[in-house]
Design a binder for this molecule. Structure first.
Ligand SMILES: [Zn+2]
Length: 418
């Protein structure tokens, strides 16, 4: 059984590496720590509340910068933006690794494959929406320069830290989150390279664009979108996207899989096909995966934020839009949006998603992300038990900095009982 938690750079910079290592080893009893190598455009904690044990700040807003020193080829045309700390050579991952060594912690790099703040000629490198908008800071998985970048990036990280494992996140297409909630970011990539590749798949991109427009209109109108979602061309487009992501996962495995353990960070199965993640094929090209059925949020991202944004684009009630989205995701819960926003999805969701992930991953282990912030401490044990009954091979308690010290102590009680 793997017991892990995840940290952000400001946890270590604000609390100090020794205090963080001590809290994780003594309080939370988690021997594995995923350390975020580059941040996201994100409020900490998300989507509301305050950091409960940060001595310097109540809320931190991050900007998708690379937070540790980085050397990659300079002929790509684009490059990641480094934070001031990274430019000055400060490496918080090295710090926490050193502090954690004494406490018996394994610090593993938690990397973002395709989503990072970029400078240079990023317009040529990033995904394009069905409406023709370039999504900044999100690399198109089909481009040769992306492949070159990903290969050199993962190799650099592994040679820098020689970690026991790496957790590869953002190996997918964009969702709706970011600096603002934007549903149009869900429907990419229509860049020239992808359009040419799609033609070779027999995909009629005009037809797919029209279907995606109808799908979006259906959400906004709060009507049943499942018939549109089963359109043959739309299914082919989804398969194309999944193939592009699996191909890149295979490339990462080829590049570093003999040197370290490669874990993927995946959306829970009900959302994953819409992000370009196909569990059945990804299970064959990694050593394991963490998925994150954070039940209070309704998946991994802000489902309520998406529904409210869609409802704001039309005249239908948010309740109808919520039902339309739940039906499309085939989530078997009859709760209302009001109930969801108050309590989240039932804890049973964790079992449901984990069991599906385990079934599709076959012999490859699935680790379940357990939400430990913004929920009652009693639900941590219930969610962990739900994940275990779904067949999880371990747990990633998310996350260190957003959780109260009481919640971390509850994780420690659960971990010590195993
Ligand atoms: Zn593309």
């Amino acid at each position: 059984m793997i017991f892990a938690t995840q940290i952000h750079p400001h946890d270590v910079r604000d609390e100090g590496a020794v205090a963080v290592a001590r809290n994780i080893s003594e309080l939370a009893a988690c021997p594995v720590v995923g350390a975020e190598i580059s941040t996201l455009e994100e409020r900490h904690p998300y989507p509301h509340g305050e950091l409960p044990h940060n001595p310097r700040r109540n809320v931190v807003v991050t900007h998708a910068r690379h937070e540790t020193p980085l050397e990659i080829p300079t002929d790509l045309g684009f490059r990641p933006v480094l934070s001031e700390e990274a430019i000055s050579g400060f490496d918080y991952v090295a710090q926490i690794s050193q502090a954690g060594q004494k406490a018996g912690l394994s610090v593993i790099p938690w990397i973002k494959a395709l989503n990072i703040e970029l400078e240079g000629d990023w317009q040529q490198a990033c995904v394009v929406t069905a409406g023709g908008r370039v999504v900044r800071n999100w690399l198109c998985p089909s481009k040769p320069t992306t492949e070159q970048y990903v290969r050199s990036y993962v190799r650099y990280i592994v040679s820098r830290y020689s970690p026991r494992a790496v957790l590869v996140d953002r190996l997918r297409y964009p969702d709706w989150s970011g600096a603002q909630v934007d549903p149009s970011s869900l429907f990419t990539c229509f860049c020239p390279d992808c359009k040419a590749l799609m033609a070779s798949y027999g995909i009629d991109t005009s037809h797919v664009r029209a279907s995606l427009k109808r799908l979006g209109d259906s959400f906004i109108a709060g009507t049943d979108a499942t018939t549109i979602a089963h359109d043959d061309q739309l299914r082919l487009w989804m398969k194309f996207r999944q193939d592009r992501i699996t191909r890149l996962a295979q490339i990462i495995q080829d590049e570093i899989g003999a040197m370290t353990t490669v874990w993927l960070n995946l959306w829970p199965p009900s959302f994953a096909p819409w992000m370009g993640q196909d569990y059945s094929s990804l299970g064959r090209v990694c050593h394991g995966a963490k998925h994150f059925p954070y039940h209070k949020l309704g998946g991994g991202a802000d489902l309520s934020g998406l529904v409210r944004r869609l409802a704001g684009m039309g005249v239908e009630s948010p309740e109808r839009v919520f039902r339309s989205v739940m039906d499309l995701l085939e989530l078997p819960y009859s709760l209302s949006l009001a109930e969801f926003e108050e309590h989240g999805l039932p804890v049973d969701y964790v079992q449901h998603e984990t069991a599906n992930a385990v079934r599709m991953f076959k012999a490859t282990p699935i680790y379940t992300g357990v939400q430990i912030w913004d929920i009652p401490a009693s639900e941590i044990e219930a969610a962990t038990e739900a994940a275990a009954s779904g067949g999880a091979s371990g747990f990633f308690f998310y996350c260190y900095g957003w959780a109260t010290l009481d919640a971390l102590a509850e994780v420690g009680r659960i971990a010590r009982r195993q």
